[in-house]
Write a protein that binds this ligand. Sequence first.
Ligand SMILES: Nc1ncnc2c1ncn2[C@@H]1O[C@H](COP(=O)(O)OP(=O)(O)OP(=O)(O)O)[C@@H](O)[C@H]1O
Ligand SMILES: Nc1nc2c(ncn2[C@@H]2O[C@H](COP(=O)(O)O)[C@@H](O)[C@H]2O)c(=O)[nH]1
Length: 335
Amino acid sequence: MGKASEFFVDDLQRSFSNGFDLKLNDFETAVVVGSKTYVICGTDDPTITSSGVRILSNLTGEWVIPTVLGTKPESFKGHSCVLLNKDKILIIEHNSKSNESVWFLEVDTQFIRDQKKKLKTEVVGWSKGVIGNVERPLVISGPSGVGKGTLINMLMKEFPSMFGFSVSHTTRAPREKEQNGVHYHFIKRDVMEEDIRSGKFLEFASVHGNLYGTSIESVDVVSDAGKRCILDIDVQGARSVRASSLEAIFIFVCPPSFEELEKRLRARGTETEEQIQKRLRNAKAELEQGNSPDLFDHILVNSDLEACYKRLKDILGISECMSIDPTTRFLIYHR
Ligand SMILES: Nc1ncnc2c1ncn2[C@@H]1O[C@H](COP(=O)(O)OP(=O)(O)OP(=O)(O)O)[C@@H](O)[C@H]1O
Ligand SMILES: Nc1nc2c(ncn2[C@@H]2O[C@H](COP(=O)(O)O)[C@@H](O)[C@H]2O)c(=O)[nH]1
């Protein structure tokens, strides 16, 4: 067994009197939030807890292992916890000069409260400390099959409380695993055309023979939840958003080659041969337009997925978010 965790506020809270015996293992830290005590484990030892977090009810003395959202930090040996704003816990790894050592465990933010309702269980969510402009929405464009959706899913998985997906409307038929309201709002063409006429859409376009569009409401839902909105739209749509009042960052994703694009589209197995041919024809035009510096702020080549994802995080300023001054141990926010 290694050395026990060190504490900031939590060593004070450790001695709180709730009538229950709170025995902490090495590498564990406890933080009281309302009527609950969150115990955060700094090691991957599965005999302690595989989720990294356990929750004690200070009222009943019962333990709950919560559903953990987001990517948990790699195990660390000494850490301090500070409760911020009564809804998230700041976790700082000791003796580390790395910027990767600052994490938040969200315990009672609006996002977590929504997830608790949805999942009907205790929920907590990890997110990395971040800097940069977290306000500006993100427009991601690129030919069909290049990997936009894959990259967006990775972002949403790693930073679930930071990003929200703008759910588009489309007249195309749902694919096998697509859910209405989650992947798209599937809509009849005449209804969508009427909604476009009545001004409900920020942008819309005819893409591969179907209508697609971003409703103003879809963007509002994300920003009302306090998140940064991600739009996965085609180049025509990007052009319309550029001309709108939405101050977004525009990213174009390219394949390493046309052959690789075709391979990915076929391997996905979601389109008929005829649809694949149509999408590949449109891809040629989209790739030409992707090189417009007046439209896109950044171009990403999605060759190696992990490298491309890392580059995307670099662009967004969320690879290395906060740092700790090694002498004072104060947090420095790079803005
Ligand atoms: N870097 C990569 N290397 C190999 N395969 C990849 C890479 N990125 C994504 N893929 C795969 O390519 C396929 C297409 O990816 P994805 O569905 O994310 O594309 P998309 O750009 O969102 O397409 P669409 O615009 O049609 O929705 C998927 O099967 C995905 O797993
Ligand atoms: N202009 C818009 N384009 C959109 C929107 N939602 C998705 N898309 C683009 O359509 C193609 C095809 O998507 P798929 O799901 O059928 O494969 C892809 O390039 C998307 O980026 C939208 O709201 N507006």
